[in-house]
Each structure stands twice: as structure tokens, then as C-alpha cells.
Ligand binder design. Structure first.
Ligand code: ATP
Length: 332
């Protein structure tokens, strides 16, 4: 049986890296039929909308999507296209596994942590206004319901994956109500999971501790903006934005995407690392129950990384996107 999956190629390097991902998954025999729809700049130019209704409709129908990074038209009053998709589909958990990979030189040898980012609230609610000239207010939204929802998701995920310790990190001394509500929700839900170790850490302390000893962390539960920043920091621990995959998960729908953005500086040069989106595709296969194919693709990736000769420039290799992709396919 073939699964129909929504594919959003995206902007910037998006079409290059999603294209590479399609090639590898096809070569691995993944039973996927792609339903291609456009969002972001390309969609805006064609339809005047960064996220046309057809995009949301396709994802709602298929329940699973793979997405390249999206650029939002600037200065036109549009909410970020990436944020719109997460909010409209209530993909409330941003799941980003950050793991040391073979063959990539980094200061740490054994990082294995998961960043869970609340995807729907916080400053991303986009409620900003100028109360008088030169005075801007930006609202940080934090509801108990959203805090409980992602905390529950986090604990259930840990139970399923056998993860042992969760750290909920925020800044409650500065933002006692908004961050306090998130932490209260975490503690309340955590009472049902006494067998999972739980702690809380100020977000600034977390940043330092991650730089000094990332191996002590297992799962991080963060609000939206902290999660965005810490995800990039964590990517830096394992080889950069070119390698970290992700998923945006709701109760019935999941959209898989890399942590990185459109990387306009390398767009069209054919040198982008496809691994982050490809690994997001592997997470998608696991989500759909295609574990065997997912394992095969992962093993092919690891062999190419270990050999180190056909990786992209961001990983210190000499290859371009096409050569890296071909090397993975050869290993399959
Ligand atoms: P956006 O505004 O869409 O977030 P950005 O350029 O601010 O885009 P990213 O796209 O996340 O942020 O990228 C930051 C930098 O990391 C890029 O300039 C690029 O050099 C590098 N980078 C990101 N993704 C990749 C990739 N897949 N392969 C190689 N380099 C990458």
C-alpha cells in the first residue's frame, strides 16, 4: 500500500533538499506518493497567499507532510508561513532529536538529547502593537491548557521511547505568570509520571550547561521562543543546522521538517546539506510504521558519514548536494 504524503518543497534551499530526500526515499523503496503543494514565497507569488487553503486541506487529508523551509513575504503584514501551518493545524509539539553522528567532528562525542518546543503560543502568537509612537508591546501568550497538552505529550513520548529525564527550562523569575504557568503545568502533569526524573532550570543556566556538558541532558521541554533558540544551539553541538531533523506533531497530524531555515546565502548553489530534511523524512517513515526502511536509510547515511569523503562542505567534505545524495543511494 502506498501512503499519500503532502510535500511542500519550500523556499531557498528547500526544493534542493526536499528533492534529494525524495530521491533517497524512492531508492529505499518507501511506499510514498507525494502530493506536492506550495506555501511560502512561491505560493505568495502565485496566489497572493503564503499559506493557501489547499496546503492545509492537503495536510489535513493526508495527516502526514514533509516540508521545506518557508520564506514569509516581508513588510506585507503576513504572519510567518511556518508559524501559520503549526498554529492552523495545532501541531503543538516541535520535536527535535539532537544526536552525535559518526564521522562529524565536534567537541562532544556522545550527545543524545531531544528538544521539545511548544509550537503554538508565546511571542509567536504575533500580538504586537504600538501603544504610542516609539512604545511597542508584544504579548507573550501562555495558557495552562497548552502547557498541560505538551507536558502530557512529552511524558508519553518519553515512556514510549524509554527516555529517563526531562528538564523544563524557562525564566520564571522574570516572567512569573507566563513562564510560571508553563512550569506549573509541567509539574502538575509530571505527578502522574513519578518514574521519570524531572527538573527545572532557568533557561540561561541551561544555555551554559549545554555548552559545557550537553551529555547530562536527555529531554528538554521549552516554550516556543526558547525552544527555537536552544534548538539552534543544540544543532551546533552535533555538526550544525545541516544535520538536525524535526517534526511538528499534533494529536492527529504530523509535519516533518528540518530545524534550519531557507539559508538564502547558499540557495541555488547546489551545496546545501540534505541530511536535516532527509533525516526528517526518516522520522516520518518511523511515524508511519515503516521502521525497516527507516533503519536502512539511517544505516546508509551513517556509512557515508563515517567514510567522510562524500559529505557536503558544512561537514568538512568536498561533495555537493547531488554527490552526497548519490553516495547515500549507493550505500542503500
Ligand atoms: P531563515 O530566515 O529562513 O531562518 P536564515 O538564513 O536566517 O534563514 P537558516 O536558514 O536556518 O537561517 O541558516 C543559517 C545558516 O546556516 C545559513 O546561512 C547557512 O549557511 C547554514 N545552513 C542552514 N541550513 C543548511 C544546510 N542544510 N546546509 C548547509 N548549510 C546550512
Amino acid at each position: 500500500m502506498a501512503y499519500t504524503v503532502t510535500l511542500i518543497p519550500g523556499d531557498g534551499i528547500g526544493p534542493e533538499v526536499t528533492g534529494a530526500t525524495q530521491e533517497v526515499l524512492r531508492a529505499a523503496g518507501a511506499p510514498i506518493e507525494w502530493e506536492v503543494v506550495h506555501a511560502g514565497m512561491k505560493a505568495f507569488e502565485e496566489t497572493g497567499e503564503p499559506v493557501p487553503a489547499a496546503v492545509l486541506k492537503s495536510i489535513r487529508k493526508n495527516r502526514v507532510g514533509l516540508k521545506g523551509p518557508l520564506q514569509t513575504p516581508k513588510g506585507k503584514g503576513f504572519r510567518s508561513a511556518n508559524v501559520t501551518i503549526r498554529q492552523e493545524l495545532q501541531l503543538y509539539t516541535g520535536l527535535r532529536p539532537v544526536k552525535t553522528l559518526p564521522g562529524i567532528e565536534t567537541p562532544y562525542t556522545d550527545v543524545d538529547l531531544v528538544v521539545l518546543r511548544e509550537n503554538t503560543e508565546d511571542l509567536y502568537a504575533g500580538i504586537e502593537h504600538e501603544v504610542m509612537p516609539g512604545h511597542v508591546i508584544s504579548l507573550k501568550v501562555s495558557t495552562r491548557a497548552a502547557g498541560e497538552r505538551i507536558a502530557k505529550w512529552a511524558f508519553e513520548y518519553m515512556r514510549y521511547k524509554g527516555r529517563r529525564k526531562i528538564s523544563c527550562c524557562a525564566k520564571p523569575h522574570i516572567s512569573p505568570m507566563a513562564d510560571g504557568a508553563f512550569i506549573d503545568a509541567f509539574q502538575a502533569v509530571g505527578q502522574d509520571y513519578p518514574f521519570i526524573a524531572q527538573d527545572m532550570l532557568p533557561i540561561d543556566n541551561l544555555s551554559m550547561a549545554l555548552a559545557m556538558d550537553p551529555m547530562r541532558f536527555d529531554v528538554l521541554l521549552l516554550q516556543n521562543l526558547y525552544g527555537d533558540i536552544i534548538s539552534d544551539l543544540c544543532a551546533g553541538l552535533v555538526g550544525g543546522l545541516g544535520v538536525v531533523p524535526g517534526a511538528n506533531v499534533g494529536d492527529r497530524i504530523a509535519v516533518f521538517e528540518a530545524v534550519h531555515g531557507t539559508a538564502p546565502d547558499i540557495e541555488g548553489k547546489g551545496i546545501a546539506n540534505p541530511l536535516a530534511v532527509l533525516s526528517s523524512g526518516v522520522m516520518m517513515l518511523e511515524f508511519m510504521g515503516e521502521q525497516k526502511i527507516a533503519d536502512r536509510v539511517n544505516q546508509a547515511i551513517w556509512r557515508v558519514l563515517e567514510a567522510g569523503k562524500k559529505t557536503t562542505g558544512d561537514l568538512g567534505g568536498p561533495a555537493n548536494t547531488a554527490e552526497f545524495t548519490a553516495a547515500i543511494i549507493e550505500e542503500l
